[in-house]
Write a protein that binds this ligand. Structure first.
Ligand code: FES
Length: 159
């Protein structure tokens, strides 16, 4: 267990120390860590504090200020459902409800299987194709719950 932690610490240290920007800051280190893992592991807060010569509280202060940082591991696939005005008028509420039921979720978050993260989006920028979703940053417009479920089942047949 200790070996795993040491290895993980080394990995985070490598990510933080290999930044090519001229000034390495707490924020740049948090961004580099999230780019790599998709979230900020607890151990990264400690490593970044040591590397940048700040306290753990100071690093948490920066990390918790920005809503785009997440502190839990995301699912393997990121599903975003747009519920902006245009998509709402085109039936996004039904899609959201159907997909949440299929994934066993009551809101945003990760499925128990760890296969999916569901996120809401206020506009995916393709309103003319409403309703719109994205799966792993691939946009799918003019879609239906049935179309989305087919895609999700291809990713996780046990759904
Ligand atoms: S409101 Fe859904 S893509 Fe713009």
């Amino acid at each position: 267990m200790q070996v795993d932690t040491d290895r993980f610490r080394d990995e985070i240290n490598h990510i933080v120390s290999s930044q090519t920007r001229p000034t390495i800051t707490v924020l740049s280190s948090l961004l580099a860590t999230q780019d790599e893992f998709g979230y900020i592991p607890d151990l990264a807060i400690e490593v970044i504090a040591e590397y940048t010569n700040h306290t753990i509280n100071e690093v948490w202060g920066v990390a918790s200020f920005y809503p785009n940082f997440r502190f839990t591991k995301p699912g393997e696939n990121i599903l975003e459902i747009c519920w902006g005005p245009t998509c709402h008028l085109a039936g996004a509420a039904k899609i959201l409800n159907d997909i949440q039921n299929a994934l066993g979720l009551k809101g945003e978050g990760e499925t128990d299987s760890g296969k999916f993260t569901l996120k809401y989006n206020t506009c995916l920028g393709a309103c003319s194709q409403a309703p719109v979703i994205s799966i792993n940053h691939d946009f799918i417009g003019n879609t239906t719950s049935e179309d989305i479920l087919k895609i999700l089942l291809k990713i996780d047949p046990k759904l």
